[in-house]
Design a binder for this molecule. Structure first.
Ligand code: AMP
Ligand code: ZN
Length: 498
């Protein structure tokens, strides 16, 4: 049974989906006026991990993520740069999709855009007016917060103690507050200002408020109540509180069965945000760090805890990842060089038991509110066990079978966390391997993998012919290119350290 921390109930609860075997999830997407920063990426990577785990546990997941492509910030950027808001939104929507792909975040099942869902939003606003939860004023429409007896229940706020989330100013400088009946009321629909993108509505030309899009799209694409609504913890209030109020007042039922929020990514203990200017863009960080190292770093902290980011921590995460990769390469090499007639060197039962235990421990860690740090710990324990067990061994065919079970499990579990370890291919060896092989091994092809094999063979022949100078020259050349060479009873073992 998967347990998750539900923000609304403020405790860990059993996850019971509305429909057996299926999960409907909605995670608020970005406002597309800039490349996303690492803080945004943390939230999206967290929910990617959560989604992948549900899938691994056999659930059929429908994952909806919107793109907010009409908003004050997009309009401001467009006017600064003298182009249309649609143009700005298009550029950064495409960049967002590319950034997510680069970070190994799976695409959502459905990615609706606010500007393409205006009809659904207008219908929802009208419904709220008809039911007495909203009112139109001079082309704007506001949600009447006092009409919702449960307002504040998600964020745990008392309506009487609340301040208005933010003050917006009208283009003419007049406070929007005096159009609201209550300062806490929020805009469902905003009257158009000159030059802004706008749509026809029963209240005149205008555009939707921010919160209404998620209510409309959740209902349209998933049906209510959805299973899980997610986002960063900074969205709990006002965004999610307002989404919840709109949907529950319109449909007289629960909006989301569970609410999940990821903790903030921080720099020097301060939230990373565009407004504070302390942000690193995801694509810039990925120019310096491998996506897998970034994900390792993100998942080493529980998704709900704050995470302090630094480039040093990425280096540490990269080293941790390399430990796993080296162990996997070692296992692959030992299995490839297993000898049919060798005596058994391993306690097969012990390895199979450790493999099974790892699967169980990983599952219990992840079942416990997606405890990825503990789940990673299980993987590292297995890696350590295999390193110790395999040290200095020559494997029999039977030993190779259980060693493969262990390495396959390590790869499978990392895959569940969104870390797919690629088998080393020729593409990952340096091009110079080819010229070295041409010089030292008469190699004439273009493939770095073949070139490496030719070099290893040439070195073995040189040693057999007692041509030590040539054997050493090949070894030195390979070391120069980043290869590590170990001579073992089964021949030279060459790994690439990059
Ligand atoms: P925005 O484009 O600002 O609406 O943010 C998109 C997503 O990123 C939301 O789910 C936010 O909660 C999340 N987010 C923004 N800043 C951070 C941060 N520093 N750490 C984690 N998540 C964040
Ligand atoms: Zn939302």
């Amino acid at each position: 049974m998967i347990k998750l921390y539900d923000t609304k109930q403020r405790r860990k609860v059993d996850f019971i989906p509305r429909e057996e075997g299926k999960v409907s999830m909605y995670v608020c997407g970005p406002t597309v006026y800039n490349r996303i920063h690492l803080g945004n990426a943390r939230t999206f990577i967290s929910f990617d991990m959560i989604r992948r785990y549900f899938e691994w546990r056999g659930y059929n997941v429908t994952f909806v993520q919107n793109v907010t492509d009409v908003d004050d910030k997009i309009i401001a950027k467009a006017s600064e740069e003298g182009r249309s808001a649609a143009d700005v939104a298009k550029e950064y929507t495409e960049a967002f999709i590319a950034d997510m792909h680069a970070a190994g975040v799976a695409a959502p099942t459905i990615r609706p855009k606010a500007t393409e869902e205006i009809d659904a939003m207008i219908a929802l606003v009208q419904k709220l007016i008809d039911k007495g939860h909203a009112y139109a004023k001079e082309g704007d429409v506001y949600f009447d917060v006092r009409s919702d007896a449960h307002y504040g229940s998600l964020s745990g706020r008392n309506i009487d103690e609340m301040e208005a989330g933010h003050r917006e100013l009208r283009a003419d400088g007049k406070g929007v507050e005096d159009r609201k009946r209550d300062p806490l009321d929020f805009a469902l629909w905003k009257a158009a200002k000159p030059g802004e993108p706008s749509w026809e509505s029963p209240w005149g030309l205008g555009r939707p408020g921010w919160h209404i899009e998620c209510s409309a799209m959740s209902e349209k694409y998933l049906g209510l109540p959805i299973d899980i609504h997610g986002g960063g913890a900074d969205l709990i209030f006002p965004h999610h509180e307002n989404e919840c109020a709109q949907s529950e007042c319109a449909y007289d039922g629960a909006f989301s069965r569970y609410w999940m929020h990821s903790g903030m990514l921080q720099i020097n203990s301060e939230k990373m945000s565009k407004s504070l200017g302390n942000f690193l863009l995801l694509h810039q960080v990925l120019e310096e760090a491998r996506p897998l190292a970034l994900r390792m770093l993100m998942l080493q902290t529980h998704y709900r805890s704050p995470l302090d980011f630094s480039m040093e921590r990425i280096d540490e995460a990269n080293s941790a990842l390399s430990r796993i990769e080296t162990a996997l390469e070692n296992m692959a090499w030992l299995c490839k060089n297993a000898q049919t007639d060798a005596p058994s060197a391993l306690d097969e039962k012990d390895i199979e038991a450790v493999v099974e235990q790892t699967r169980e421990d990983f599952t219990s860690a992840m079942d416990d509110d997606f405890n990825a740090p503990a789940a990673l710990g299980c993987i590292f324990t297995l890696v350590g066990h295999m390193n110790t067990t395999l040290a200095g061994k020559t494997l029999s065919d039977k030993d190779a079978v259980c060693t493969k079970h262990a390495s396959n499990l390590i790869k499978e579990l990392l895959g569940v966390l969104g870390m797919k370890i690629e088998d080393k291919t020729s593409a990952s060896y340096p091009e110079e391997t080819i010229s070295l092989a041409a010089d030292m091994a008469d190699y004439t092809g273009e493939n770095t993998n073949e070139a490496l094999s030719a070099l290893i063979e040439a070195r073995t022949s040189a040693k057999a012919a007692k041509d030590w100078a040539k054997a050493d020259a090949i070894r030195d050349g390979l070391i120069e290119l980043g290869f590590i060479i170990e001579d073992t009873p089964q021949g030279a073992k060459v790994t690439y350290a990059g």
